[in-house]
Write a new protein. Sequence first.
Length: 193
Amino acid sequence: MDGGARRRRPLRAVLLGAPGSGKGTQAERIASRLGVPAISTGDMLRDQVAAGTELGLRVRDVMAAGSLVEDDLMAEVVRARLARSDAQRGFLLDGYPRTTVQAETLERLLGATDARLDAVVLLEVPEEILVLRTLGRQRADDREDVVRERLRVYREKTEPLVGYYQGRGLLRRVDGDQAVERVTAAVLASLGG
Ligand code: AMP
């Protein structure tokens, strides 16, 4: 219609999946392909813990136990991050939202600037593969009891988001139990690119 090169519309998306589903790896790959920042709340919190900030000290034990940081604290972390200039051209969220309250917060934060989510991609991986993958990763919070706790918390608190986003017509399901490149391609395809 305008005859000229059209600027790509910002893509605002969430990558949803259990611990060990490959979210972090895929978020980086997909975000770089799409030219948007991958925003990992887990990485942001780990940076705070490593730097010994006040926030880091507040969340350290919760993270080590495999539990979730309070919704109010996360709301502030995400609000500040989404307000940064690089997120204005879109983003791929990894690890947020993790509760229905957080999903509502995200909607509210985006709505304040008349923005909204375009898609939520669920990486589906069978439970036994999740445990094997996560135990192979050797992070401080990856002891087997903590891995099981993280999975339990995912099922209880985060899995309800599947229905939440399905009801909003935003959910796309991708088989996360295949080679990394194939998962990346499937996610990109599900995002229409
Ligand atoms: P992740 O790397 O995404 O698995 O996150 C590591 C840990 O950071 C989680 O187990 C939680 O303790 C904490 N965390 C990260 N994102 C969130 C969130 N959206 N809500 C609550 N806690 C979070």
